[in-house]
Design a protein around this ligand. Sequence first.
Ligand SMILES: Cc1cc2nc3c(=O)[nH]c(=O)nc-3n(C[C@H](O)[C@H](O)[C@H](O)COP(=O)(O)OP(=O)(O)OC[C@H]3O[C@@H](n4cnc5c(N)ncnc54)[C@H](O)[C@@H]3O)c2cc1C
Length: 318
Amino acid sequence: MGTVLVVAEIQNGAIREASYELVAAAQGIDGAEVNGLVIGSGVGELASEFASKGAGKTYVVDDAAAENYNVDVWSKAIKAAAEASGAELILIANTPTGWDVAPRIAAGLDCAFTSDCIKAGAGDGGYNFVRRVFNGKLDAEVSTSGRTVATMQPGAIAPFEGSSDGGAEAVSADLSAGAKFVEIKVAESTGVDLTKADVIVSGGRGVGDPEKFPEIIQPLADVLGGAMGASRPVVDAGWLDHPYQVGSSGQVVAPKLYIAAGISGAIQHLVGMKASNFIVAINKDPDAPIFEVADIGVVADLFDIVPALTEAVGAAKG
Ligand SMILES: Cc1cc2nc3c(=O)[nH]c(=O)nc-3n(C[C@H](O)[C@H](O)[C@H](O)COP(=O)(O)OP(=O)(O)OC[C@H]3O[C@@H](n4cnc5c(N)ncnc54)[C@H](O)[C@@H]3O)c2cc1C
């Protein structure tokens, strides 16, 4: 099924987990030969690591011009590696970098493009993908023909954990850039760090009203000595700030106890909390997908259960 070129992203001096998820997606395509690409400055060792951990033969663009992300440099580097490898499919993570560079690569190569996929496979003269649509309520199948650029949603599949043969091979490209790197600004912390909480009580759209978070959800988190979290619609509606959001575009957490109240369990939420040690789900809908990952599932109205739990825990603590 031709060569699949997997474009690595580097963060804080290491290859991001999302890049190994791309490797897993590529390795899962029948008959595909997997190649990697690492772009940066002083990244020879990282390229060898990528090559040995699933990416196979890995092209490397190691140049001072690529020290910081620059869309022109990345576009030229990826195109050069695509030509050198003869890649039929170029996989890029659906991160802010991917959003920026992937459509340009597809336009530059005049080839098919699809984004935010959760599955990739061989197709008839191209590739087949699955994308979540309508806020995760439906899966859409997308088929492409010929050379394709696709972005894959981080967290949708497990990262590749095996090994591979193949070394790093330099690829040269004209890296002159019109765009100019200015600075990296790290967002200010708001003091909410769910990754450090042992207990998280999260509320979803089922809570229904911003005022119910301090009234119903926060008191249970408090009495358990934990923190309050939320699903994305709660944050999108402005009921809570983004640091409270759990999921693929929020925080990835693994507390000892995770209580999900009024949360349906869309894949993007699950990837952010399914590694929790013990999961309690409270939902009115017995078919809610959250119950698939729950250790205890309570089919009930959260407005009955959550205050009763708060009271019971408070009474037990004296
Ligand atoms: C690119 C992308 C990134 C995303 N990132 C994230 C992310 O990081 N985090 C995230 O959470 N989502 C994320 N999403 C959104 C995700 O697909 C879902 O839309 C979202 O998780 C749904 O939130 P919810 O479960 O709160 O709402 P809904 O899906 O609307 O579910 C509400 C649930 O509450 C239940 N309910 C209603 N009333 C009650 C009651 N009184 N008592 C008990 N249960 C009740 C309902 O039965 C229902 O199951 C992302 C989507 C995309 C496309």
